[in-house]
Design a protein around this ligand. Structure first.
Ligand code: NAD
Ligand code: UDX
Length: 463
């Protein structure tokens, strides 16, 4: 089947960048990204590509090149579904906040709404692609909805999980480690797989395109995220032991990372992992394991989350204890609020939880993040529903420059590893702070001995 029109439902952190790259690499395919959120679509269509809703290095250029040529952003969901041969579903699948599986299972209501809308609108055969991260066997539910339209339209369902990481999304999409496509073993299923393989083959080498059955593909995505997060919790567990024993977690990470069986990536001790994926996907995995009665499997993976929560809480406790057991009315400056550098995404960022703990202790938090607004910071805290929004607003101070944010602070906490933090004039910052001037480096990005020579009391993670 020759693919000329693709539609993607969901113009978020995955749908937007993924489709922009497909459009750039496949000028012969018309790619339409649709979303119910009018404000988000308007931002994707903003004439000034600096204003697109997602900050990712290099994305503005790709959107600028393809938009209006073969890349379109629209709120007309029905029209895009009707016209496309391949429909990607890339909507959010957050942790359920109600009912059965609350706090654990993935909420599939948006996925089901998409399936029902496709079933209602489609007049000719379609390939439906699960791009969202989904519990294993979700394709079965989607298929059941699509196969009951009674209008004779044939659907093939593929699983094609996305492995991009935020902050490096464009590079990850241009040079993926692999593309995973799961489909039905039937002849029609194999044809659908081939149609999607042909799209990716426009820029990805054949050896990197892996095809499997649908369930392996769905489960591989949860497994990959669980393994990645597990490495961070493992090194973070060691960071606490390092602090007690005089070992240095950076040295330990380097030493073990040189073992080619372990590898050096994803061994950076930190204030704890954040982001919209790791916690949600592991909780989902735990829920699935429990639903099959696999309690040991569930407990094993749940420990990754328990360790991560501990690491975040440990960081705020260290700040409180070091500041003589009281942070009440003290100005504590957060450098960084995003869950990692080079993104404006703050979902599940460790900064939110550390701030929440410190506000409980009546601290005043000054936040500076190059890509995150005060409005977003307050929305993140209000979402936790720990206290009145007015108290959050009174507890958070915002500044236009990092130097103002640090002025008169009792302590600085590094929550995100933005490169620019390393370049700051730390002598100038020291001169403007209360003394003793404390730095808690939740990302181990600053040079401890250099800061100590200036006069700071410096504390990193795991040393
Ligand atoms: P997101 O919240 O940024 O975007 C989802 C979009 O879908 C929203 O704009 C929302 O308005 C839209 N939407 C929801 N229901 C809709 C409907 N019925 N019709 C039209 N639009 C609808 O989410 P995201 O970060 O892009 O994640 C999407 C999926 O991809 C999730 O399953 C996630 O787990 C997975 N994923 C995310 C990442 C990541 O780095 N963020 C990486 C890999 C996989
Ligand atoms: C992750 C997966 O990496 C990606 O493959 C998947 O598609 C989506 O989920 P993302 O959450 O965007 O991507 O970023 P990632 O680079 O994985 O970082 C997640 C969190 O872990 C961040 O808070 C990051 O700071 C933290 N982290 C990462 C560490 O603390 N130490 C590390 O060594 C690596």
């Amino acid at each position: 089947m020759k693919i000329t029109k693709i539609c993607c439902i969901g113009a978020g952190y995955v749908g937007g960048p993924t489709m922009a790259v497909i459009a750039q690499k496949c000028p012969h395919i018309q790619v339409t990204v649709v979303d119910l959120n009018e404000e988000r679509i308007a931002a994707w269509n903003d004439a000034n590509t600096d204003n697109i809703p997602i900050y990712e290095p290099g994305l503005d250029k790709i959107v600028g090149e393809a938009r209006g040529r073969n890349l379109f952003f629209s709120t007309e969901v029905d029209k895009a579904i009707d016209e496309a041969q391949i429909i990607f579903i890339s909507v959010n699948t957050p942790t359920k906040t109600y009912g059965k599986g609350k706090g654990m299972a993935a909420d599939l209501k948006y996925i089901e709404l998409c399936a029902r809308q496709i079933a209602r609108v489609a007049k000719d055969n379609k390939i439906v692609v699960e791009k969202s991260t989904l519990p294993v066997r979700t394709a079965e539910a989607i298929k059941s909805i699509l196969d009951h339209t009674g209008n004779g339209v044939q659907f093939q369902i593929l699983s094609n999980p996305e492995f991009l990481a935020e902050g490096t999304a464009v590079q990850d999409l241009l040079n993926p480690d692999r593309i995973l496509i799961g489909g039905d073993p039937s002849e029609e299923g194999q044809k659908a797989i081939q149609a999607l393989v042909d799209v990716y083959s426009n820029w990805v080498a054949p050896a990197k395109i892996l095809t499997t059955n649908v369930w392996s593909s769905e489960l591989s995505k949860l497994t990959a995220n669980a393994f990645l997060a597990q490495r961070i919790s493992s090194i973070n567990a060691m960071s606490e032991l390092c602090e007690k024993t005089g070992a240095d977690v950076n040295e330990v990470a380097k030493a073990i990372g040189m073992d080619s069986r372990i590898g050096s990536k994803f061994l950076k001790a930190s204030v704890g992992f954040g982001g919209s994926c790791f916690q949600k996907d592991i909780l989902n995995l735990v829920y699935i394991a429990k639903s099959y009665g696999l309690n040991e499997v569930a407990d094993y993976w749940e420990q990754v989350i328990i360790m991560n929560d501990h690491q975040k809480r440990r960081f705020s406790n260290t700040i409180i204890q070091t500041l003589y057991n009281t942070v009440s009315d003290k100005k504590i400056t957060f450098l960084g609020w995003a869950f990692k550098k080079d993104t404006n995404d703050t979902r599940e960022s460790a900064a939110i939880y550390v701030a929440d703990d410190l506000i409980n202790e009546h601290a005043k938090i000054a936040v500076y993040d190059p890509k995150v607004s005060r409005k977003k910071v307050l929305a993140d805290l209000d979402y936790l529903a720990t206290r009145a929004a007015s108290t959050n607003a009174a507890s958070i101070m915002s500044f236009d420059t990092p130097y103002e944010a640090c002025e008169n602070a009792h302590a600085i906490a590094i929550l995100t590893e933005w490169d620019e933090f390393v370049q700051y004039d730390w002598q100038k910052i020291y001169d403007s702070m209360q003394k003793p001037a404390f730095v808690f480096d939740g990302r181990n990005i600053l040079d401890g001995p250099v800061l100590e020579a200036i006069g700071f009391v410096y504390q990193g993670i795991g040393s």
